[in-house]
Design a protein around this ligand. Structure first.
Ligand SMILES: [Zn+2]
Length: 132
């Protein structure tokens, strides 16, 4: 059902855990599978210098979360913002059709973490302005 690369990322997820001093945090859930993912990013010079994730989910979601962190690490914020589910599927060599939706979770949570980072940095640069 799953290829070897997916099984490897499921059994040994990369960058699992929490970043205590994260610059951005994104969460996303998928009611269809009951998957839930939380992504933490550390940003240095507009690049993702570190990334971690926590997940409760099916094997496909865990593998996709792990793949997403590998794809995002070291990328500029602009590049990372363009990572989509197709990139994750390509990296993992494809998912069974009925599990393809699980790849959206990793990409979506990363986008949410980037938006969170951007809002925070806007708030810092406009000290007394509320930016929504
Ligand atoms: Zn799933």
């Amino acid at each position: 059902m799953y290829n070897e690369k997916i099984l490897d990322h499921f059994m040994n997820p990369r960058n699992l855990g929490v970043l205590e001093d994260a610059d951005g945090i994104g969460v996303l859930g998928d009611p269809a599978c009951g998957d839930y993912i939380k992504v933490y990013i550390k940003v240095t010079d507009e690049h993702i210098s570190d990334i971690r994730f926590q997940i409760a989910g099916c094997p496909a979601a865990i593998a996709c979360g792990s793949a997403m962190t590998e794809l995002a690490k070291g990328k500029s914020i602009d590049e990372a913002a363009e990572i989509c589910d197709a990139d994750i599927l390509e990296y993992l060599g494809g998912l069974p059709e009925e599990k393809a939706h699980c790849s959206n979770l990793g990409a979506g949570a990363l986008q949410n973490a980037i938006v969170d980072y951007m809002i925070k940095s806007l708030q810092q640069s406009h000290n007394h302005v509320v930016v929504i």
